[in-house]
Design a protein around this ligand. Structure first.
Ligand code: NAG
Length: 225
């Protein structure tokens, strides 16, 4: 009885503390604009759930990551992403997977960020120069040359890249800590946005001649995904 009296307030305190340190659930999309009228509200933070009675092995299965991605494009790379779109059973589990193929001599997965996931990458073939840049104010470049069997981590939200510096195809697989990590490819978002950002903004921000900015905005920006 005496123990219970002491435990009561302590467990209340622990409960209060855990609430105080809890954070909001992470968004699984760019935004979720609130609706006053819920009649037309079909989007949730993720997907609706299938009745467990009807769940099958196929809901947790994907096949085809043994197939090389087509790297015949202006970047010489291809990301094949396996997320909750391909494997419905991944919904709410907070993980996904990608295969990345790189053409010889310069296949590039260009500077990009995943707003909702950290990434752990393993090279299975070829040689990759990889790196990420830390946030302001230091913008420290953390970089490494990776060989088959090497593993590298890209922390959530930071700009990162992989570049094939070898004479052969390169192949990597990446685990991501989100079912829908999202991708922001820096060049595409800045110079290829629909519609275009006012060139004065980019001229000043990137210390470029305005002609260079309008040239870049007129280019086709390959979307690797
Ligand atoms: C790869 O993509 C290129 C460009 O879109 C296309 O011409 C080519 O047929 C594709 N190759 C294969 C094997 O699908």
């Amino acid at each position: 009885m005496e123990g219970f009296k002491i435990l009561g307030p302590i467990s209340l305190l622990v409960l209060a503390f855990s609430f105080a340190t809890a954070s909001d659930p992470s968004p699984l999309q760019d935004f979720c604009v609130a609706l006053k009228d819920t009649q037309n509200g079909v989007f949730v933070n993720g997907k609706f759930c299938k009745d467990p009675k009807h769940v099958k092995a196929e809901d947790f299965f994907y096949s085809g990551l043994n197939m090389p991605g087509n790297t015949s494009n202006q970047l010489g790379s291809k990301v094949t992403l396996v997320n909750e779109e391909q494997i419905p059973g991944l919904n709410t589990l907070g993980i996904s997977l990608a295969r990345i193929d790189y053409a010889p001599y310069g296949g590039l997965n260009p500077p990009h960020t995943h707003p909702r996931a950290s990434e752990i990458l393993v090279v299975v073939e070829g040689i990759l120069y990889v790196g990420f840049v830390t946030s302001n104010p230091n913008n420290h470049l953390i970089t490494k040359v990776l060989y088959p069997g090497d593993v590298f981590v890209f922390p959530v939200g930071l700009i990162h890249f992989q570049f094939n510096i070898g004479k052969t195809n390169a192949i990597a697989f990446a685990g991501l800590s989100g079912q829908n990590p999202g991708v922001i490819t820096i060049a595409n978002a800045v110079f290829g946005s629909k519609s275009s950002i006012n060139p004065d903004v980019l001229t000043k921000a990137f210390q470029l001649d305005e002609n260079v900015v309008t040239y870049l905005q007129s280019r086709f920006w390959w979307n690797k995904n």
